[in-house]
Design a binder for this molecule. Structure first.
Ligand SMILES: Cc1cc2nc3c(=O)[nH]c(=O)nc-3n(C[C@H](O)[C@H](O)[C@H](O)COP(=O)(O)O)c2cc1C
Length: 292
């Protein structure tokens, strides 16, 4: 849907479809996102596979060296592979067409991991691999190392602080994504839009800045662009579309956001996204305040 709509998309290490599978179904260049894992050999192989698949940029997520506590996931018993419980079986029984489609799909497991990571030959070993694979000792030296293994553009995703933005620049990142991971990592972290002005002041003229977390509408996009972001990304918004209407729902999500951005621009008297700026917004005077 992203390709049809003409917007770039990012494929995750933890996607169901493998890099090769996605590359064989699209002509559009796409970005590849990696987590910061311990296993050098696996990481280098991922980079090589992404290069072979002509991924145009590498996105390194820097805010998930450990998993946050996701209270809804805990409450709902989310797991991979899913555990069948009386409640989940009852729930599945109300979604027969979806269940029948899922039974036919060839793609059920994490395609970049199963059969590729050491010791993960089947989905049952996935849980223990995930628990062990992430590197909680992540630091800037490690990011520098990843940078040296990829000879294309590197985007650091999960920056939420001007000092970290400066460090991202120092380790050779080409762009950053200001993000709090959709509020799913550190409960209580500030919103990405709130931190954007300070980050723009710190590095905005030296590095490309993008933003995600909480983008639900074209107005949200406009606000981020007006504060200086070069682009915005969505996580949940397209998943809501997918859940409601399948692939057509993802296209619809993009259309809704696009139309709303277009209308909002018109009502702000703007014809070109490049002309958006702080003049389009009324900000509280202390919006970009320094926090103690
Ligand atoms: C279903 C789902 C899967 C995600 N998987 C990843 C992932 O593999 N890597 C990553 O860096 N972020 C992942 N994210 C986080 C998004 O990239 C993004 O930072 C976040 O969802 C943005 O906030 P939003 O959901 O409010 O748009 C995921 C988000 C969702 C909803």
């Amino acid at each position: 849907a992203a390709e049809k709509f003409g917007v770039p998309f990012t494929l995750s290490t933890m996607s169901i479809c493998s890099i090769e599978d996605v590359a064989s179904h699209t002509n559009a260049p796409f970005w590849f996102q990696v987590y910061t894992l311990k296993d050098d050999e696996f990481m280098k192989r991922l980079f090589a596979r992404a290069k072979d698949a002509k991924c145009s940029a590498l996105v390194i997520t820097v805010d998930l060296q450990i998993m946050g506590q996701r209270h809804k996931d805990l409450k709902n018993g989310l797991s991979a592979p899913p555990k069948l419980t009386p409640a989940s079986i009852l729930n599945l029984a109300t979604k027969v067409p979806w269940g029948l489609e899922m039974l036919q799909t060839k793609r059920r497991f994490f395609g970049n991991i199963v059969g590729h990571a050491k010791g993960v030959t089947d989905p049952t070993s996935l849980g223990s691999w995930t628990a062990e694979a992430f590197d909680p000792s992540l630091d800037w030296e490690r990011i520098k190392q990843f940078r040296s293994w990829w000879d294309g553009p590197v985007i650091l995703k999960g920056i939420l602080d001007p000092e970290d933005a400066k460090k991202a620049l120092a380790v050779g990142a080409d762009a950053i994504v200001v993000s709090n991971h959709g509020g799913r990592q550190l409960d209580g972290a500030l919103s990405s839009i709130r931190m954007l002005p300070q980050i723009m002041d710190a590095v905005g003229d030296k590095i490309e800045v993008h933003l995600d977390s909480g983008i639900r509408s074209g107005q949200d996009v406009l606000k981020a662009l007006a504060l200086g972001a070069k682009g915005t990304m969505i996580g949940r918004a397209f998943v809501y579309g997918l859940g409601a209407m399948g692939e057509a729902g993802v296209t619809k999500t993009l259309q809704v956001i696009h139309k709303e951005l277009d209308t909002t621009m018109a009502l702000c008297g703007e014809r070109n996204v490049a002309d958006l700026g702080r003049h389009n917004l009324l900000l509280p005077q202390d919006f970009a305040t320094r926090w103690a």
